[in-house]
Design a protein around this ligand. Structure first.
Ligand SMILES: *Cc1c(COP(=O)(O)O)cnc(C)c1O
Length: 240
């Protein structure tokens, strides 16, 4: 991204303002208070100088997809802005768990027993306790990470009982070519029946729909920062 001058700063501020308006409207329609929804700004590929602008505009919660990119970008930003909260929203590879536990305040992509075991070990070793969300593959898409809906209850038991992990909620990314409502409703049902309060669902195209379905965290990137540069999709990091 090379458009980091004053124009980009104006764009980011107006993008943020527009998303905040959308969230406030959706909350009003759903009879919810705006403070019940956390905007997680999805900042993959967004350079630090643009993030400085967003932080100055009061956006304090960010989601990154890749541990490596976050590790390169955020320590410097956080020195300047210690009140920023950082979430991992992309898949987590086994050999990145140590870095992830050190860096992130929340991890949305817990999706397999080996990862639960590794997270439990690192949390104990580092004395850190990032909030954990289990990613659910609501559309049972073969190429997508996440626990299958039928396996969620058992996986949550494994996390709690075998690994002593406190799970706060669930996350999903609905199939790109389907209406998201049934997927959001399924995630909300799974969370409710397991007594989980946090629901991470909804992106730029469907965050207001997600709020009406009960989202507590919406992960919004392009509606704030503009379209991401085209290029090869980053490799997924989903092998333990
Ligand atoms: C990039 C990303 C988002 C945000 O997507 P936009 O469509 O740009 O809002 C949300 N969640 C995850 C997991 C992402 O990778």
């Amino acid at each position: 991204m090379t458009t980091t001058g004053p124009v980009a700063a104006v764009d980011v501020r107006s993008g943020l303002a527009a998303v905040r308006r959308d969230i406030a409207e959706a909350c009003a329609e759903a009879g919810r208070t705006p403070s019940s929804v956390t905007l997680v700004a999805a900042s993959k590929t967004v350079p630090p100088e643009v993030l400085d602008v967003a932080i100055a505009a009061g956006q304090l919660v960010y989601g990154e997809n890749r541990v490596q990119e976050a590790k390169a970008k955020w320590p410097g930003l956080r020195d300047r802005h210690p009140d920023v909260e950082l979430h991992l929203i992309g898949p987590l590879q086994g050999n990145k768990v140590r870095d992830a536990v050190a860096l992130f305040d929340a991890i949305h992509s817990l999706d397999r027993p080996a990862l639960a075991a590794a997270l439990a070990r690192q949390c104990a070793a580092q004395g850190r306790q990032p909030r954990l969300l289990v990613q659910v593959n609501t559309g049972a898409e073969p190429q997508k990470a996440g626990v299958l809906p039928d396996a969620v209850d058992a996986f949550l038991d494994t996390c709690r009982e075998e690994h002593g992990l406190a799970v706060s909620g669930l996350m999903c990314i609905p199939p790109a070519d389907e209406p998201p409502e049934p997927h959001f409703a399924l995630l909300a049902d799974l969370a409710a029946r397991n007594g989980l309060a946090v629901l991470s669902m909804g992106m730029s195209s469907d965050h207001t729909t997600a709020i009406r379905a009960g989202a507590t965290h919406v992960r919004v990137g392009s509606a704030i920062f503009g379209a991401r540069p085209r290029g090869p999709v980053p490799p997924t990091e989903d092998t333990a």
